[in-house]
Design a protein around this ligand. Structure first.
Ligand SMILES: C[S@@+](CC[C@H](N)C(=O)[O-])C[C@H]1O[C@@H](n2cnc3c(N)ncnc32)[C@H](O)[C@@H]1O
Length: 334
């Protein structure tokens, strides 16, 4: 691997940020995993960020060395983004090579989480099936390397713009599209997962029920609510609908990009997405990979949660900007 890939020079952080970043040496475990790769663009004690084509970089990592791949690949959008997108017709074929590498890299109880938005058919008020075709291909067309659909999630972003304007705001024949699908796939039917790691605060009414008791017994729907139901288990089990408005200003990341005159990434996902899946599907010390890292939100969240991380991004400018996320990474969120 090392002789087929050109080593990327490590670019120092621009002043006034240099010296503030995490300068601790990367952990020995991580160094063993990446030993066949050229030097990263930057590293922390828990993570390595590589500039390059993900397929090439991933080929240099050992089998079963990763616990979770969590990523938001370029979507098959009709309107091209600054970083390029594959057309819906070619999407499945493009993704499959990456998928085979993900499968090889994942531990037997590992997971692959793909945040993937839908797309419209060119010139028509109808939707593409590309992300569903991808899902079916990943679960049914990869032979021994096929994944299992552990569960589908939906990311509801109330702040999404009403597009395409032609169908939504001009002709008014479609409504706002405000969810992304997130496919949670696993290498085996029993991946490492524990919803007790991602409990949500109880609602006010649930807290009242826990305190004051409730009416056990059959409901009009014929459901029987057992007496064991109202036990305080430390929080509510979350659902597969994740609501986050993607409107955050970005803190040290945007400030750093501005100061260094670097373009911020135009399609960042909110911190909450990778954080949820890292907590739900891994334990501290696990290895998390984002092959389409963009501004490296995944690395930032893995670092906060005490997981190792490997990030790959093709556009050097985005990866350079992502370094500002690690200037002052606070401890795990409450
Ligand atoms: C949707 S963006 C990811 C954004 C990221 N989740 C964030 O929050 O910043 C997809 C990224 O994949 C990158 N990309 C596309 N093809 C790639 C490849 N073959 N190898 C590495 N990165 C690639 C693009 O440059 C783009 O930044």
């Amino acid at each position: 691997m090392a002789d087929t890939m050109e080593a990327t020079p490590i670019v120092p952080l621009p002043a006034p940020f240099s010296g503030e970043a995490d300068r601790r040496p990367p952990a020995a475990r991580l160094l063993r995993i990446v030993r066949r790769l050229p030097p990263p663009l930057y590293s922390t004690s828990l993570g390595m960020a590589y500039h390059g084509d993900a397929l090439e970089v991933l080929r240099g990592l050992p089998d079963a060395s990763v616990n979770l791949v969590v990523t938001s690949p370029p979507f098959a959008l009709r309107r091209k983004k600054a970083y390029g997108n594959v057309s819906p017709d070619q999407y499945k074929g493009w993704f499959i090579d990456f998928a085979r590498e993900f499968w090889r890299l994942l531990a037997p109880d590992g997971s692959l989480v793909i945040d993937i938005g839908g797309a419209w058919t060119r010139g028509l008020p109808t939707r593409s099936l590309y992300h569903f075709k991808l899902l079916i291909a990943l679960c049914e067309e990869l032979g021994e390397q096929s994944f299992h659909l552990a569960q589908e999630f939906y990311w509801y972003n109330p702040a999404k713009l009403p597009t395409p304007a032609e169908w939504v705001t001009v002709r008014r024949i479609r409504v706002k599209d405000s969810v992304n699908t997130i496919w949670w796939l696993s290498k085996s039917p029993q991946p490492d997962a524990d919803n007790r790691r991602v409990l949500r605060p109880y609602t006010k009414s649930m807290r009242k029920l826990l305190k004051g008791g409730y009416n056990a017994g059959p409901r009009p729907s014929e459901h029987v609510i057992s007496t064991k139901w109202a036990v305080d288990r430390g929080g509510a089990i979350p659902s597969n609908l994740i609501t986050v408005a993607n409107t955050r200003s970005g803190g040290s990341y945007l400030t750093g990009c501005r100061a260094a005159d670097l373009r911020p990434h135009p399609a960042r996902f909110p911190d909450e997405l990778p954080r949820f899946f890292i907590q739900f599907l891994t334990r501290p010390g696990a290895v998390v990979l984002d092959p389409f890292a963009g501004s490296n939100v995944t690395g930032q969240e893995a670092e906060r949660l005490g997981r190792y991380w490997i990030a790959v991004e093709r556009e050097q400018e985005y990866l350079l900007g992502s370094r500002f996320r690690f200037l002052a990474v606070p401890g795990p969120p409450a």
